[in-house]
Every structure is written in structure tokens, then in C-alpha cells.
Ligand binder design. Sequence first.
Ligand SMILES: Cc1cc2nc3c(=O)[nH]c(=O)nc-3n(C[C@H](O)[C@H](O)[C@H](O)COP(=O)(O)OP(=O)(O)OC[C@H]3O[C@@H](n4cnc5c(N)ncnc54)[C@H](O)[C@@H]3O)c2cc1C
Length: 501
Amino acid sequence: MPHIDIIGGGMAGLALGIQLQQKGYNTTIYEQHSVAGGLCTSWQRGAYTFNGCLHWVLGARSGISFYHFWKELFDIDQLSFYMPTERVVFDVPLPDKNGCKKFFFYTNINQFEHYLLSIAPEDATEIAHWCKQVRMIMPLLDYLPPVWPDKLLARTKLALKMIRLLPLLPFMRQWGKLTNRTYSQRFNNVFLRKAISMLYDAEMRMTVLIFAQAYAAKQVAQYPIGGSAYFASQLVARYSSLGGTLRLSAKVKNIIVSNNKAQGVVLSNGERTMADFVVSAADWHWTVFDALGGQYLNKALSRLQHPPKDEVFFSYCRLFIGVALPMTDVPHFARIATEPITLPDGTHYDHLEVETYNNDPTLAPHGCVTMAVNLLTREGEWWISLRKNNISAYRETKQQLETELLQRLEQYYGAEWRSRVEVTDVVTPATFYRYTGNFWGSSQGWSPRPDITKRLPIGYTLPQLHNFMLCGHWTEAGGGIPVAIYSARKVAKLIELNFRK
Ligand SMILES: Cc1cc2nc3c(=O)[nH]c(=O)nc-3n(C[C@H](O)[C@H](O)[C@H](O)COP(=O)(O)OP(=O)(O)OC[C@H]3O[C@@H](n4cnc5c(N)ncnc54)[C@H](O)[C@@H]3O)c2cc1C
């Protein structure tokens, strides 16, 4: 059987390895880091595990096609998941009509609608309109994206069922251009108007937010107990059990091409490998402009050598904290009102997003908890060049950020909380870049576009280059691990077709 080299042992590379091994191909995954999983990772600090990635996995439970995609890779049903009653609880700078300055973003759509009506009855029509969209999308998730069966009759039946997706067209047209900030202006109630403008930690498209609400309401996206590295390790185990070769600490320097055909890879230690086909499940920008030296471009790809900042999804600065307190009385996911803070990269926040992993006993010793403060930023390039050009200034900047964040958290959670902080760690876009190579430290590839059905300029193939494909969260719209494994599934099928020719 043909041999396939896969660059990158993130979720996409691992999923592709599994799909191809199952189809009988021989594969080798080259991963630059000493562990696989890519962005989907966690790490230890003392007795605490810091969950570096997942707050939810789409397809954790049946009712959405991604569940079937996970089942193709491993037995996801044997994992435990958690779904909070409220997806987010956040402080609003003014009170609702009952004097409460918190907004509860309930998971259950009926509970959410009742809650909204109770605080803003004057907006009943708009509230009903919004919740109707979420309910309309929930049953459609089974077909998004469709899992096409091999048999013709079954395929035809599914194609007929797809007519149910037609209501999505007017939905995309109506909601595609709205963000939570522009949508909030439709509400009369001032508390609700403010709260809707704060639904996401930055301005986000309403189509994305409504889909996320539908996932939560249907309980098909949940947090995996054990955290991100444990989740990724399920794919590593499955890949190894199928006979795949995972080479860790194996950084690829470039891709060997002869007569416009990819033929293998060169590792940073000079080792050369030969293969019948090469897939890069690593960062697309590195692949196109470094590993292939910018030889295989078209106009759209050339433009993206220096993309506009808002086309690349946010990166993060994150402060991780291990606290010797159970913190069972705080919401799992909160946005708390604190003194405003401006990152040295210029990004401003008037509140902090805090995850408290009081739902996952595996991450901390009994009676203790891990927490993470998330600061979204589009200034990845700033952090990466600071680290590259002045490592001591970079370290000082991280230290200062930690001090400022802990001060604000102490004001919010109290001096007792501060005295129980046992370990901390700060990551920045430069950390994401260093460990995974993602362009500007992007956490999910591209930003969502106004029309999420529109094709991205990056596809699976590159102009004029044969025996080569791209895979991973840069190759599909939507971002996240579902997109990574979905792309792997598609690439595996395309490779199969290629070798059948
Ligand atoms: C803080 C955070 C929270 C997130 N939360 C969620 C969430 O709740 N749900 C969700 O679905 N998604 C979430 N995501 C997004 C998700 O983690 C990513 O979209 C997904 O993991 C991308 O997988 P990938 O395999 O495409 O890319 P990556 O994870 O980037 O994998 C690429 C791999 O290639 C390797 N590589 C790069 N260059 C080379 C080279 N030269 N040689 C060898 N190997 C190389 C890298 O080391 C890496 O392992 C989050 C991301 C972040 C950062």
C-alpha cells in the first residue's frame, strides 16, 4: 500500500492518520513537539493540570453529524462529559429590573426564553424571534454536515431529507451580517441591550452565536472530563493501535518536490524521508511560504501572505491558576467586572473572562481547583516578535501581566482567595506559535466570515502541486476540532480516490 507522510500531530493529523490506517495505508506522522495533540493540550504545574484548550467538544453526544465522525475515530461514548446549566454568567454594568447585575446565558432554550421574558417583557417579539431561530436549527444539526452513506438508495434518501435545510438560506441572509453588538440595538430594554452586546468576549457574528446556542441547547457540545490532553490521547492511542508511526520531536523543515510532485519531507536534523503522498496538517502559512518556499500560489493565496488582522481568528493571553480552594459556588464560565486592563499589545478589556474548572475533579487535588483567565487578542504578531527580538522584555511583560491580573482577581474573589493561590502560568500568542506553529498564534484558523457557506481561499490542494494536500483547521470555515477532524475525513477520502485512479 502507498506510504503517506503527515506533517503535524494535532487533532487533524491524528484523525487523518487513523482514517488512512483504517483504509489500509501506511502512514507516518511527524510532530515537532514532544507530545501530540497540537493546540488540544494540557500541562502539569505542581499538583495541578492546566487545561490549555477545550471548553467544549462538538459531537460529544449523538444528535449532530460530528458525533458520527468521532465514532469513526474512537469510542467517544466511554468518555465523561459535562454541560453546565449556564454557558456563561457575566456581570453587566447596570441592573436588570429586579436589581440583579448578572446575565445568565442559560443552556436550555426554554429556560433562556423564560429568563429573557422575565427581565424584558417589552422585548417579547424580538426574544421569540431569536429563540425561534435556535429551535429551528436544533433538529437540522443531524445533517450538518451530512454523513453520506455509500449505498445509492441511502444516499438518495438522505439527499431528499436535506430539503429540511432550506430554512437555513433565509436565516443566513437575515442574520449573517448581524453581530451581537449590532443585534443588541434592536432591544428596548437597556439591561438586555447591554448584555447582548457582551454575549461574546469580542464582537461576534450572530449566526455563530445562534449555532452555538443550538449545540448547547441540544447538549451535543460538552466539556470532556479529563481535559484537552486526555482527550487528544484517545486519538494517539487509537492511531498507535492501528499500526501508525508517530514520530515526536520530529520537526519538518521542508517538503521534497520533484516534477511538481510531493515526494517526502526533510526534517530539521537533515533526515530525508520518501513517500507516495504528503499531507500537511500543520499551519498553512508555514506550509505554503516556508516548507514549499512560496512556489505553489495563486492570486488569492499570495494576498494572504500578509492577511488583514481581522481575517485570522483571535489568539489568547491566558493566566492559569491553581488554587487551594474548591470554588464550587462560582460559575464554571464567567465574565467578571473588574478594573479595566489594557494589554501591552494595546488590546483593552473592561472585564475578565474566567473559567473555573470546578466541574472536573481530575485537574486538581481534592478541595482545590484550576482557573484560567482568557484574554482574546488579534495582536499575535506583536507577541511573537517581542519574544523573538527581546526575550527578557517578553518575560518581564508576562510577569507584569500576571501581577496585574492577580490584583484584579484578588479585588473580585478576596484576599483569602489570593492567599490560596499555589501555582500560576501565563501563555501568550507567542506560546501558541512556539508550540504549534499557528500563524499569529491563531486559536482556530480563520475568523468566521459574514457568509459562512462561502468557500475559503485555502482549499485542500495547492495550484500545480500533485501528491500533496493540506488538512486541519485552516482548510475549512468554522474553526475548532470538529473542523480539524472533518477536514481529515475529507482528505482521507480524496487520497483514496487519488490512488484508485
Ligand atoms: C485556548 C483555546 C481554546 C480552544 N477551545 C476549543 C473548544 O472548546 N472547542 C474546539 O472545538 N476547539 C477549540 N479550540 C480550537 C482547537 O484547539 C483547534 O482548532 C484544533 O485543535 C486545531 O487542530 P489542528 O490539528 O488543525 O491544528 P494544530 O492543533 O495547530 O496542529 C498542528 C500540529 O502541527 C505541528 N507542526 C507544526 N509545524 C510543524 C513542523 N514543521 N513539523 C512537524 N510538526 C509541525 C504542531 O506542533 C501541531 O501539533 C481552542 C483553541 C485554543 C487555543
